[in-house]
Design a protein around this ligand. Structure first.
Ligand SMILES: *Cc1c(COP(=O)(O)O)cnc(C)c1O
Ligand code: SF4
Length: 395
């Protein structure tokens, strides 16, 4: 389906908005102001199904509808199942809550010492700094608070979060998230990163953001200067399909990389979006071409109303198996399930260890062939020894 990832095939352009002056189109504030947020706007550009129309009407009570013109432009309007469309256009399935689904699927509310801080792992925290995003992913694990459609009324408190981090010397890693931290003004980001840098026990600062994907125009030279100033700042972006790898995204990643920002990617495995070996391969190859290292592939969390988007976890294992050994090791993400209820991320791998006997570890390679590696102490039968000849050196 994606036989050719050659750079000539990557998308770019204003498409439906061809008559908008380039200066506006390339301005992130223009993109935000002109987002598609209403059913009527969506219907101007897409022939919606009844399923989608119902989903749009329900969105205001679940997770707001918002799509930047830039990102909308990557949708093929003639394909009712376009993989980008499935990520951002609501569907009726959002109204159905399956038995196993939850409002807080990974139990963040139980590990929240102060508002905005999730402290699950001993040495690192998640610091939620906003509840807004440039566009909204219909499967968002934080739908309970993001966009405030459910009246969660999240009021990100920078000061109490910073104070908590300052007072906990065991924290060495801070992950800014939300919502999308890169929607904050340059001034606020400069302040936050500066304050974190001042804390002696903070070794590692990273940001989770889908802004480069939804709104690459936000990656301005000024923003890059802030990252340079407080660097190293690591960034985790969220790209799910090769169609999102546009020339604009590639250029934004280049600006970030040249400012010294290492970039990883976190994808979510989604039904009929990227639960396919060829699609996933094309995606990860394009990521490497943008200097982006695939980091995690997430099984979709059990967020309410997501059954129509969740792929079978066995599909994830199958994809991982089709990648390892068959493409560049750097391109291969770790497949994880964030344990429902709050156990944290658990790596899920195809079985390469067949058994561990008394003598050896019995393995299977990427082609399914069996190999053995001896355990220490189990294979010390001496075949030959040069020691007698070397005795004069040893003594
Ligand atoms: C994912 C996550 C992290 C970061 O985990 P890494 O494996 O280090 O990327 C930290 N805190 C919480 C609560 C998380 O969900
Ligand atoms: S960008 Fe992230 S936080 Fe925002 S809606 Fe998408 S998954 Fe949720």
């Amino acid at each position: 389906m994606y036989p050719n990832d050659s750079l000539d095939n990557w998308q770019r352009g204003q498409g439906l908005w061809a008559d908008v002056p380039a200066a506006d189109w390339n301005n992130w504030k223009w993109q935000l102001k002109n987002r598609i947020t209403k059913l009527e706007q969506l219907e101007e550009h897409l022939k919606l199904s009844a399923d989608e129309r119902a989903g749009c009407l329900f969105a205001k009570d679940k997770l707001a509808l918002a799509i930047t013109p830039y990102f909308f432009n990557l949708i093929d309007p003639n394909d009712p199942n376009d993989p980008i469309r499935r990520q951002v256009v609501p569907r009726a399935g959002e109204m159905t809550v399956a038995l196993e689904e939850m409002l807080d699927p990974v139990g963040e509310e139980n590990t929240k010492p102060v508002d905005g801080i999730v402290h699950r792992y001993p040495d690192r925290v998640l610091f939620l700094v906003t509840d807004r995003c440039a566009a909204y992913c219909r499967y968002c694990t934080r739908s309970r608070l993001v966009s405030n459609a459910q009246d969660y009324n999240f009021h990100p408190e920078f000061e109490s979060g910073l104070e908590y981090i300052r007072n906990h010397p065991e924290i060495r890693d801070v992950l800014l998230s939300g919502g999308d931290p890169l929607l904050l003004s340059d001034k606020k980001l400069d302040y936050l990163l500066g304050e974190l840098r001042k804390i002696p026990h903070i070794e590692f600062i990273r940001i989770g953001s889908r802004i480069p994907v939804f709104l690459p125009q936000r990656i301005t030279p000024e923003l890059c200067e802030i990252f340079k100033k407080h660097g190293p700042i690591w960034l985790s972006i969220h790209v799910n399909t090769p169609n999102e790898c546009s020339i604009e995204l590639r250029e934004a990643c280049e600006r970030l990389s040249f400012a010294g920002v290492p970039i990883g990617n976190q994808s979510v495995l989604l039904k009929d979006v990227n639960d396919d070996v060829e699609v996933m391969k094309s995606l990860i190859h394009r990521l490497l071409m943008m200097r982006v290292r695939p980091y995690y592939l997430y099984q979709c969390d059990l967020i309410t109303g997501s059954a129509h988007l969740r792929a079978d976890p066995r599909k994830g294992i199958e994809i991982m198996q089709a990648l390892r050994g068959h493409t560049t090791g750097y391109a291969i993400p770790q497949f994880v399930i964030d344990a429902p209820g709050g156990g944290g991320k658990i790596p899920i791998n195809p079985e390469y260890v067949k058994e561990v006997t008394k003598e050896a570890i019995v393995m299977r390679n990427f082609q399914g062939e069996e190999y053995r590696y001896p355990l220490v102490g189990a294979a010390d039968k001496v075949l030959d020894s040069k020691a007698p000849e070397l005795e004069h050196i040893l003594t």
